[in-house]
Write a protein that binds this ligand. Structure first.
Ligand code: NI
Length: 167
């Protein structure tokens, strides 16, 4: 297993759409292991394959509080099949350096997909888990949380980023 480099905005791979996994090969299993390592090392609570430069529809996440140990979750080809309500929560992203912002999302989502053995899974999520799932599935479609905030806030972030890159 290995910790992979996390691609940072504005890397174009973050804007690309990831492709469905048609077969769970050893390469996909290895990608999952490496994504988990990368997420825990960061540390983060979710990671999508685009963020490590792999355009496969794979997400990993773990929202377990640190003191309760680890509970890794993997979904291959995740899809939101139902959603309801709304919430606003502050989000950040391992691919968007030094920035966090309130984002409006669905409060409850039902997500289907496959686990790492290829068995169908269905997760009903609310609150933080619902946010994480929507954030990570967005990544697979080339969407970042800064694409879901106002144009003004986004341009302020871009200016801040340019300034920090010049330093
Ligand atoms: Ni993210």
């Amino acid at each position: 297993m290995a910790v992979l480099a996390i691609q940072k905005y504005p890397d174009p791979v973050l804007k690309a759409k990831a492709q469905p996994v048609t077969e769970i090969t050893p390469e996909i299993q290895c990608l999952i292991d490496n994504m988990a390592d990368t997420m825990y090392q960061a540390p983060g609570i979710g990671l999508a394959a685009n963020q490590v430069g792999a355009l496969h529809r794979v997400i990993v996440f773990d929202i377990t509080p640190k003191e309760e140990g680890r509970n890794l979750n993997v979904i291959i080809n995740p899809e939101i099949v139902a959603s309801s309500g709304e919430l606003v929560q502050q989000e950040a992203c391992l691919s968007v350096v030094d920035y966090s912002c309130d984002v409006r999302r669905k409060a409850c989502v039902t997500v289907t997909g496959l686990d790492r053995e290829g068995k169908p899974v269905c997760i009903e999520a609310k609150d933080l888990l619902a946010v994480v799932l929507q954030h990570e599935i967005d990544h697979l479609d080339g969407i970042l949380f800064i694409d879901r905030i106002s144009r003004l806030k986004r341009s302020l972030y871009k200016r801040q980023l340019q300034k920090s890159l010049k330093k």
